[in-house]
Design a protein around this ligand. Structure first.
Ligand code: PEP
Ligand code: MG
Length: 914
């Protein structure tokens, strides 16, 4: 379409206004249509630009096309009103600037950038220098007196436009650019002279024509419309979708588009561009922190192609600009009362702010900044609780390298981009990381790249750590890993990464895919080999202080899933208020026990089974004593044997192979008879659907002597500990109940054994007998079950499995397809399905309490450590959640946030118990 035709088409639509939605918000000239509170409408970036403009900061003017327009675009609507408003805003911008988009002696050039409600750094697309064409570039060259800059800007536009709007990818452009550089004998982009850049432009345009069949559009308005639509489309590119899935961002929010007058950091040595933070986002330290490059555009700083300078250097080079920047960012931090992440450009010695927003930070930094800001009077203690994402508290628990007594060979030192340690096998592409993670080839993976790009997001998610040879502390790898709480060493310049050959060469050694290395993201060291790691100490004083604000406000109790005394100790260290689930079967897998367990299973009569159980009894009793002692007077919930018995026996196929071998080599061996007996029993126990077969309470009903042994071990242990001066608090839990009859059967055995033990020992303890609710029938008949059960614990792993009818072990076969199709927003085994499984939990709780008002209710499935699920448990009035020890801090914080939210907004009458 020609400029004229496009102008006409849009102008024709200008008069049509069919609804009242305002699609375009202007900012500039000291005032903005919008403001900082309008993130839903303007996206984070648009709202920030409006707020900065209203605050009188030096922001290049422009306009924001709001998120509604993106949603309409995604629905395929032809939005005439939006087009019309955009034209009006463009004219206003042209008037304000005294320029015309892509026209005249002083052409207006704009950037077109995405900006969603929630920051999605680098996930969507941006186009810079828009408005340049064959004429405008000459005008720009003349006016700036810097032809090199003008041609470079034009070739960047064609490249970005080709990649983002025309879907041509980057490779073809890069090949042309590299070949011209080679021809000219230069190493760096900025060494190319104007004529060479002109040659690049000619070749770029030829490439566009060849690949798309059309010329690179010369009409500035046509460029603008196409760029705007491409940014809308970028909301749905794969990396943006992956990012949203990981960060639980709704797919339907859409992005706003910000069209803003360009300012240039690449006008010459008096210009530059940079990014920074008002405090250190890795450690939280209260120091001005950032990087910049002179004579460069923004992408040069973050892409990692050139290594930027620390911002302190700017103070030396341009003290006035530096002071101005400091005072603006400090004001913005005070205004937003949060860490600011900002972008700026210096054009010919004049400072412009392109963005300031609340900055992403590591968990360590989040806690430290929250504490400092309370001390500085910027925020209240209650607000501080929300300044840390519950999952970020893992940072305090991330592993550290064991160095004492180890011979450590430091291969290279890069930037300490994201703290913690990672020890793993190296891979060189995101695809390989995903592949080898999913097929289990490598246990822990380190993704090694020259630099990462947003396309690498899925690989970064599965990697334990990231190593890059290029890029600074604000490079993509650094920013993204900090958000993920993953260890990252960035810009390790001594590492030569050959992604094509899958090799890392450093200090004369070449490491190939699958080789082990160790990373220390806290110091930036890359270390040879497979070091051991130590769990972090959770006794960091900042953390202790922060948790002392968190704990008093929460109502929900937090217990741990811990099977052995060692886990229980760890759990207490992380603040567990009891054990919510001890899976007793885990005690049987130890070498000294599995034999007895197998003898018990292989026994074909009750007498022999009882004999074997007798051998197991003292072992179980000793474990329980350890648990009771560690937990002192905190509740310890012990679940009776749950898994199908065949899990304790060798695999059928394994046995067949062993038998076949012996038949050939030692046909008379007594071992052969033994193996045949074992095989027969394995075959007898074989079930088509073991998770729906002989497991849970069905085991204790079919073989009451198992329940008897376990109950005896529990009560003997409790009495022994009590006699020694302890105060055990015992909850015995029956798994996989579906009916009151099952519950009654098992509870009767447990209570009978308790009285026997108490009589024999001449001492007793108080105890409760309760059940897990893991089957829909149990939830539906919870009122009846509560007649027998003195507590409920929702086993939401099995309850999710049985409610959805999805095998918890096989969901990976179709989960990616379900996520892609938008059927699942989350893995339901990770985040509780509130609408379905959650409804059962809520209903069963109400039914149970109707029968037994004092009923204690908790959950002990994996969801107990997931922040969203914990908040749901708070809302529906559970008494506790139970999770693995390393998730305790997360659960404690999530529970506190839920309680404060409830205080602020009142109970949720749709979900709550009222
Ligand atoms: C559950 O089903 O949620 C549960 C905790 O039990 P398990 O995972 O041991 O089946
Ligand atoms: Mg279960």
């Amino acid at each position: 379409m020609t400029q004229g035709a496009m102008d006409q088409a849009l102008a024709g639509q200008a008069g049509i206004t069919s609804n009242t939605t305002k699609y375009v918000y202007f900012f500039g000239g000291g005032a903005a249509d919008g403001n900082g509170r309008m993130k839903d409408v303007l996206g984070g970036k648009g709202a920030g630009l409006a707020e900065m403009t209203n605050a009188g900061l030096p922001v290049p003017p422009g306009f924001t096309i709001q998120t509604d327009a993106c949603r309409e675009y995604m629905r395929g609507a032809d939005n005439a009103d939006m087009n019309a408003e955009m034209l009006i805003a463009l004219e206003r911008l042209e008037r304000l600037q005294g320029q015309k988009l892509g026209h005249g002696e002083n052409p207006l050039l704009v950037s077109v950038r995405s900006g969603a409600k929630f920051s999605m750094p680098g996930m969507m697309d941006t186009i810079l220098n828009l408005g340049l064409n064959d004429q405008a570039v000459e005008a720009l060259a003349k006016r700036s007196g810097n032809p090199r800059f003008a041609y470079d800007s034009y070739r960047r536009l064609i490249q970005m436009f080709g990649d983002v709007v025309l879907d041509m990818g980057k490779k073809g452009f890069e090949a042309i650019f590299d070949s011209v550089k080679e021809r000219e004998g230069v190493k760096f982009d900025y060494e190319l002279q104007p004529q060479a850049l002109k040659d690049v432009i000619v070749e770029y345009k030829k490439l566009v024509k060849k690949e798309t069949g059309k010329d690179f559009p010369q009409a500035p308005l046509e460029q603008l419309v196409a760029a705007r639509d491409a940014v809308f489309r970028s909301w749905n590119n794969d990396r943006a979708k992956t990012y949203r899935r990981i960060n639980h961002i709704d797919d339907w929010l859409g992005t706003a588009v910000n069209v803003q007058a360009m300012v240039f950091g690449n006008l010459g040595e008096n210009s530059g561009t940079g990014v920074g933070f008002t405090r250190n986002p890795a450690t939280g330290e209260h120091v001005f922190f950032g990087e910049y490059l002179m004579n460069a555009q923004g992408e040069d700083v973050v892409s990692g192609v050139r290594t930027p300078l620390p911002i302190s250097e700017l103070e030396r080079v341009m003290p006035r600009v530096y002071e101005h920047l400091r005072s603006i960012t400090w004001k913005m931090e005070k205004h937003y009362r949060d860490l600011q992440d900002f972008e700026f450009t210096i054009q010919d010695g004049k400072l412009y702010m392109l963005q300031t927003r609340n900055g992403k930070r590591t968990g360590l930094a989040a806690v430290r900044i929250a504490i400092d800001m309370v001390r500085e009077g910027l925020i209240t203690q209650e607000e501080a609780i929300f300044r840390v994402e519950p999952n970020q508290l893992y940072d305090f628990l991330v592993p550290r390298l064991v160095e004492k007594g180890e011979k450590i060979e430091v291969l290279a030192t890069g930037l300490p981009a994201s703290p913690g340690a990672a020890v793993g096998q190296i891979v060189f592409s995101a695809e390989d990381a995903v592949k080898y993670h999913n097929n289990g080839t490598y246990r822990t993976i380190i993704l090694v790249r020259g630099e990462t790009t947003p396309e690498d997001i899925a690989g970064m998610e599965v990697a334990a750590g990231i190593l890059t040879s290029r890029g600074g502390m604000t490079s993509h790898a650094a920013v993204v890993t900090r958000g993920m709480g993953k260890c990252c060493v960035a810009g390790a310049g001594d590492c030569v990464v050959n992604e094509a050959k899958k090799e890392l060469t450093v200090k004369g050694h070449t490491y190939k895919q699958g080789d082990w290395i160790s990373l220390d993201g806290t110091t930036g060291r890359v270390i040879a080999g497979q070091l051991k790691t130590l769990p972090a100490q959770p006794d960091d004083p900042d953390l202790v202080k922060f948790m002392s604000w968190v704990d008093p406000v929460r109502r929900l109790k937090i217990r741990a899933n811990a099977d052995v005394p060692r886990d229980a100790k760890q759990a207490r260290l992380f603040g567990a208020e009891g054990i919510g689930l001890c899976r007793t079967e885990h005690m049987f897998f130890a070498e000294d026990r599995i034999g007895h367990m197998r003898t018990m299973i292989l026994a074909d009569n009750e007498k022999d089974r009882r004999e074997a159980l007798k051998a197991l009894l003292p072992m179980q009793r000793a474990d329980f004593e350890g648990l009771f002692e560690t937990m002192e007077s905190l509740p310890v919930t012990i679940r009776l044997l749950d898994p199908p018995l065949h899990e304790f026996l060798p695999q059928r196929e394994e046995l067949l192979v062993q038998i076949a071998r012996l038949e050939e080599t030692k046909p008379r061996s007594p071992k052969l008879k033994e193996l045949r007996t074992l095989l027969a029993r394995v075959q007898e126990l074989h079930e088509v659907n073991p998770m729906l077969g002989l497991r849970g309470c069905r085991l204790g009903i079919a073989f009451p002597e198992i329940t008897e042994m376990q109950a005896r071990a529990i009560f003997e242990a409790a009495v022994n500990v009590k006699v020694k001066g302890g105060d055990p608090h015992v909850d015995v839990m029956v798994p996989l109940i579906g009916s009151i009859e099952e519950m009654r059967n098992q509870a009767t055995i447990i209570r009978r054994i308790a009285s026997e033990v108490f009589k024999e020992k001449g001492s007793s303890v108080e105890f409760l007998v309760g059940t897990m609710i893991e089957l829909p029938r149990a939830a539906l008949t919870a009122d009846q079950i509560a007649e027998e059960a003195e507590f409920f614990s929702f086993g939401t792993n099995d309850l999710t499995q049985t409610t959805f009818g999805i095998s918890r072990d096989d969901i990976n076969h179709f989960l990616p397809a379900y996520m892609k199709a938008g059927i699942f927003k989350h893995d339901p085994f990770a985040t509780l399905d509130q609408a379905g499984v959650g409804l059962l939990v809520k209903m069963a709780t109400a039914k149970g309490r109707n029968t037994r008002p004092t009923l204690q209710v908790g959950i002990c499935g994996e969801h107990g450590g997931d922040p969203e699920s914990v908040k749901f448990c708070h809302k529906i009035g559970l008494n506790y959640v139970s999770c693995s020890p390393f998730r305790l801090l997360t659960a404690r914080l999530a529970a506190a946030q839920a309680a404060v939210q409830e205080m602020q907004t009142g109970p949720d009458i749709h979900n709550g118990t009222c």
